[in-house]
Design a protein around this ligand. Structure first.
Ligand code: ADP
Ligand code: MG
Length: 236
């Protein structure tokens, strides 16, 4: 089932008198349950694509549909709601609030702090192996632990789409593989749709789909649709 569609999307940034074509008219669709890796050299437009996908920025031209709704033209209020309800983000540098504990950071990902939601925050931290570390500040956690807190925060509102921008870029490869196992579990067991910008071979080898971008264009779009379980076994 189609969840996302990019139709001839262009994103141009103005820098002084220069116009930078970060995304140069791309079209693709992503189905519910896909695990998509976006790969390509630095500066090729990967982060811009992810920001557009998550409604953090708007395209200069073209349409972006999420569940059939064009977010390119959506009012600011509706877009904020869509982002809050349907999108989860994970970043390379974790983006945790340093003065909040792990649990408080996860709770900060919720629009409404209901009792149910607070329970969910605890339960996610337990599932991610952080049951004993919930009341620690980020500075007392390892990189892998901080990224797991960030994953819990991104999932606490049960997003339809999980977006990750080089989530293992600041982690050693062993810890990075731990993070891949968490994402693989979410995708396989919970049907979570995941789109991840990555330079890690072990993530792109696991993905069901690889979007290869260069200079703001799609070089290739490999819909593999089979999971390479060998990668996970090696990662254990
Ligand atoms: P990647 O994530 O693949 O490294 P980006 O999407 O970050 O690439 O950037 C694509 C191009 O757009 C680069 O040339 C970058 O310098 C430019 N760019 C990205 N964001 C901005 C911005 N906010 N203002 C001006 N230029 C930008
Ligand atoms: Mg980037």
């Amino acid at each position: 089932m189609k969840l996302i569609e990019f139709k001839k999307v262009v994103k141009t940034f103005k820098q002084g008198t220069k116009a930078i074509n970060a995304v140069g008219g791309i079209s693709f669709t992503i189905d519910k349950g896909d695990f998509v890796a976006i790969i390509g050299p630095s500066g090729s437009g990967k982060s811009t694509i992810l920001q557009l996908l998550g409604g953090l920025d708007r395209p200069t031209e073209g349409e972006i549909e999420i569940e059939g709704k064009n977010i390119a033209k959506m009012s600011e209020g509706r877009l904020t709601r869509l982002r809050r309800n349907s999108i989860g983000f994970i970043f390379q540098n974790f983006n945790l609030i340093p003065t909040l504990t792990a649990l408080q950071n996860v709770e900060a990902g919720m629009a409404n702090r209901s009792t149910v939601a607070a329970k969910r925050a605890r339960s996610l931290l337990h599932q991610l192996g952080l049951g004993e570390r919930m009341n620690h500040l980020p500075s007392l956690l390892s990189g892998g632990e901080q990224q797991r807190v960030a994953i819990a925060r991104s999932l606490v509102h049960e997003p339809k789409i999980l977006l990750a921008d080089e989530p293992t870029g600041n982690l050693d490869s062993r810890t990075g593989q731990e993070i891949l196992r968490v994402m693989a579990h979410l995708n396989e067991k919970m049907g979570q749709t995941i789109i991840v910008v990555t330079h890690s071979d072990y993530i792109s080898n696991y993905a069901t789909r690889i979007l290869h971008v260069r200079d703001g264009k799609i070089l290739s779009d490999g819909a593999l649709k089979i999971r390479n379980k060998d990668v996970l076994e090696k990662a254990v």
